[in-house]
Ligand binder design. Structure first.
Ligand code: GSH
Length: 202
């Protein structure tokens, strides 16, 4: 399979999941500029008409989009890696977490990427901090969002932490969450992924 990504974008989540799962992947870095080009010089819109990463091209030629779906697909390719509980209430909790991160957290960051006016930025950051408080409530005293084991929900949540540092969002009101993000960052597969994308590893 081939993962189309932009360093440090939300495509970091499936990249981490692939490394955690130990799956083979071809990485294809997309350049976002006036045009969107794949690393091998193709028009990215011809791969994904939305022009968004992450995009996963399967060996069959099928193209999958939507982060929460890619993450479940990747987890399903390596069931022994335990990246997604497949039955019982745990399965629904994972889907709940993925949807929460996609719709309540990820999309709350979007305005910050568009250089908003200071008052818009401030309001958006307050909103994100409130969402982080809710995420911390879901985490509770567990090591990872789903319990003792790392899942694809943790890979996705970690991207939000990464962005919060880039946007200098104060996380001091959510200390358990901050410690959890550091725990995720220390994982060998996460370190490997950060290095592969040329991103800071600490
Ligand atoms: N609905 C998509 C959205 C993905 C998304 O927002 N990707 C961003 C990078 S983090 C992107 O490629 N934005 C460029 C664009 O949408 O034009 C998903 O959940 O995967």
């Amino acid at each position: 399979m081939q993962l189309y990504y932009v360093p440090g974008a939300c495509s970091l989540a499936p990249h981490i999941a692939i490394r955690e799962a130990g799956l083979d992947v071809k990485l294809n870095k997309v350049a976002f500029g006036a045009e969107r080009r794949t690393e091998d010089g193709r028009d990215f819109y011809s791969v994904n008409p939305q022009g968004a990463v992450p995009t996963l091209e399967l060996d069959s030629g099928d193209v999958l989009t939507e982060n929460a779906v890619l993450l479940q697909y990747i987890a399903a390719q390596a069931p022994n890696a335990g990246l997604a509980p497949s039955d019982g209430m745990a399965r629904w909790r994972l889907l709940e977490a993925l949807n929460f991160i996609a719709t309540e957290l990820h999309k709350s960051f979007s305005p910050l990427f568009r250089n908003p006016a200071p008052e818009v930025r401030e309001a958006q950051i307050k909103l994100i901090q409130g969402r982080f408080k809710l995420l911390e409530g879901k985490l509770g005293d567990k090591a990872y969002l789903m319990g003792d084991s790392f899942t694809v929900a943790d890979a996705y949540a970690f991207v939000m932490f990464f962005w919060s540092r880039n946007f200098q969002i104060d996380l001091s009101a959510t200390p358990k969450l901050t410690a959890y993000f550091q725990r995720v960052m220390a994982r060998p597969a996460v370190q490997q992924t950060l290095k592969e994308e040329g991103l800071p590893t600490s």
